[in-house]
Design a protein around this ligand. Structure first.
Ligand SMILES: [Zn+2]
Length: 271
């Protein structure tokens, strides 16, 4: 499963003091049963109109229909609340312990919190699209933990007023929002570690891309930064993607096709 040339490289890498950057996307969490936004689960109906996640998970929609956007988010969150880390997540937690905080950085597009649940630490885990574990107030900017006593709601449930009160900002009592990057918003450092993630890309000696296809802006920028620096890239994915094709064309790394829950634990043994 792991080519000899990669085994040799990883052994040398493990014995060096070089830094590794891991970039993960929906593919790693799909193996824990979390549906991707691009699947049919993400679609939503308001009135007679069908919305895609790209249309509903927006700041524009939240300002117009905050409660409807919340119901969409809670429906999605219900799937994530039951999910458990899989062997791919666990392998990344093992690698953070083995390499240490100076040599390990994890950048994730996933908002499900499974990396932290598996044992990766917040200082080394940049959630560039935010996290469902927190909510925030757009009025005063405060970030708060997601109210754990909020019930489970699906799209057809009516949410009582006392439940909505749990989503009110304790500082200014405005309705808070999911602490995630909406599709019509841009990254920043304060909420999404934008600069820290790019900084990590500039300084890394190895990039490992897991279960992501290069469809969004910052992951693509990270990939291009490492590519231009001439550093090796390992891509783990079920299918071909912009990332796997680029590695093949430039011959600058390795493409490993298959489930990250099977490949990452094996890969980790060579570091
Ligand atoms: Zn507030």
């Amino acid at each position: 499963m792991i080519p000899n040339s990669l085994q040799t490289f990883l052994k040398q890498f493990g014995e060096s003091q070089q830094k590794a950057l891991f970039l993960t996307g929906a593919g790693i969490s799909a193996e824990s049963g979390i549906p991707t936004f691009r699947g049919s689960e993400g679609y939503w109906t308001i009135g007679s109109k069908n919305y895609t996640p790209m249309e509903i998970a927006t700041n524009y929609m939240f300002r117009q229909f905050p409660e409807k956007v919340w119901r969409w988010a809670l429906h999605y969150f219900n799937n994530a609340r039951h999910a458990q880390p899989n062997p791919g997540h666990q392998a990344l937690a093992t690698l953070e312990k083995r390499l240490g905080s100076q040599r390990f950085t994890l950048v994730t597009q996933n908002v499900d919190g499974l990396h932290l649940l598996a044992g990766n630490t917040p200082p080394n885990t940049y959630c560039i699209h935010g996290t469902l574990s927190h909510v925030r107030c757009d009025d005063c900017g405060e970030v708060h933990p997601f109210p754990q006593d909020l019930g489970y709601y699906t799209k057809n449930d009516i949410m009582p007023d006392e439940e909505w009160d749990k989503l009110a900002c304790p500082e200014c009592s405005e309705l808070m929002r999911p602490h995630v990057l909406f599709f019509d918003e841009y990254y920043n450092e304060a909420y999404y570690k934008y600069e820290s993630a790019l900084e990590a890309a500039f300084h890394t000696d190895l990039l490992v891309v897991v279960g992501t296809t290069g469809a969004t802006n910052l992951p693509l920028l990270i990939f291009e930064t490492v590519l231009k620096a001439g550093k090796p890239i390992i891509a783990i994915n079920l299918d071909n993607s912009t990332f796997t094709q680029t590695i093949d064309i430039y011959q600058q790394g390795w493409v490993l096709k298959g489930k990250s829950g099977e490949i990452l634990p094996t890969l980790a043994t060579f570091f």
